[in-house]
Design a protein around this ligand. Structure first.
Ligand code: 9MR
Length: 374
């Protein structure tokens, strides 16, 4: 009798699990065929995408892949198209993963983004060395040209947008101090040290004249001083003939934002249209860190108030992005991860930064965001 009730209990538990997962389980995940699609909802405003990894798109029948196919019409590879993976040694490129990613996007009518050609992080040291010492400015510039040309020309006409340089603006000074800026410096003697950036953009333009070329950075929406530094740098480079098509706002934000300040910071960058009338803004890495940027003493509690705030943060952001789309300056929004469970923000504490939870269930905030579209 005891065993019989155990069996009944186990069967009941399975039934509850299946029901709560919409009846379509695979592993721990749920995929809900009936759920609305965020990229469909925003199709008259902008593309909506996510950063994913190659294993998410390997099996078209997996709940992860089905979710991607249903929810997103643009994708970025979270890590596998960065220099340390594509070009770890001077004469060795590894394109397999990126090739598969671009094929997958094409087969499914998804716009692939290229992230990222030049960055101070996840970049192998060989770029900066010659024998036992530093590489000369000439050598680094030559390597930038080879690297950018080889990668961009391989995907000519297929990868429509490149984050050509990532995080090159400093948090205090004009430019971030990096091996790129240290070694190349003011090579052309025009008074600025944007030369490594200019070299990357020029090589990318030459390799694929139709690709959109983006300068990507964080905190542009929250720090007006950083937005102004970005504005000044891009203005100068555009005036010097550097082919910059757009500015990427990463948007790693906290739970709760100053709407007016955010709007003002987008306006600062929009003014670059006075120099390049076609300049575009893309949101490239949106997520909401539930802990802010200071060390958190304890796990966050997902109280009603907290979740309400979370929803307001996302809806405020999407509201503003819809306005920017109406002004014709923004057409792509990418969120940095597929779901809570795989976010880079699970660092020390469990984090809940995405619109999709770690069981692939769409959150209330997700539905609130979609409801913005009348
Ligand atoms: O999400 C990425 C994480 O898996 C990597 O460990 C990390 C390494 O620096 O890079 C993360 O992605 C970053 C992106 O490429 C650029 N902007 C900041 C993102 C979060 O760190």
């Amino acid at each position: 009798m005891k065993n019989f009730s155990r069996i009944i209990l186990a069967a009941a538990a399975c039934a509850v699990l299946l029901c709560s997962c919409g009846g379509q389980t695979r592993g721990q995940f749920a995929y809900d065929e009936e759920a609305p699609s965020i990229c469909e909802a925003f199709k008259d405003y902008f593309r909506v995408g996510a950063a994913v990894n190659s294993w998410d798109i390997e099996d078209p029948e997996s709940p992860q892949c089905k979710t991607i196919l249903k929810q997103f019409n643009t994708l970025t590879l979270e890590n596998e198209s960065k220099p340390e993976n594509l070009h770890p040694e001077e004469n060795k490129y590894y394109f397999d993963k990126f090739d598969e990613f671009v094929d997958f996007c094409e087969e499914n009518d998804i716009t692939p983004r290229g992230h990222t050609l030049i960055w101070h992080s996840q970049c192998p040291d060989w770029f900066f060395r010659d024998g036992g010492g530093d590489a000369s400015a000439e050598l680094v510039l030559e390597r930038i040209k080879d690297h950018v040309t080889t990668i961009v020309s391989r995907y000519k006409g297929r990868v429509k947008t490149w984050d050509v340089v990532n995080e090159v603006i400093g948090d205090d000074g004009q430019l971030r101090f990096s091996e790129w800026s240290r070694l190349v410096g003011d090579y052309d003697g025009d008074g600025d040290n944007f030369d490594f950036i200019e070299a990357a953009f020029k090589a990318a333009r030459e390799a694929d004249p139709d690709a959109r070329l983006i300068i990507n950075d964080y905190s542009l929406e929250s720090s007006s001083s950083k937005a102004i530094r970005m504005y000044n740098a891009v203005k100068k480079m555009l005036e010097d003939g550097t082919p910059i098509d757009g500015v990427g706002f990463q948007m790693h934000i906290g739970n709760g934002i100053d709407y007016e300040a955010m709007k003002e910071n987008f306006k600062i960058i929009s003014r670059l249209r006075e120099v390049n009338p076609d300049l575009i803004i893309e949101v490239t890495e949106l997520d909401v860190n539930c802990y802010g940027w200071n060390e958190a003493p304890a796990d966050v509690e997902l109280t009603k108030d907290f979740l309400k705030q979370f929803s307001t943060t996302y809806t405020d952001v999407y509201k503003l992005l819809m306005e920017l789309s109406d002004e014709g300056i923004l057409d792509s929004v990418v969120m940095w991860g597929l779901h809570d469970g795989v976010s880079w923000l699970n660092n020390g504490h469990k984090n809940y930064p995405m619109l999709i939870d770690s069981d692939l269930k769409l959150k209330d905030a997700y539905y609130d965001v979609i409801a913005l579209v009348k």
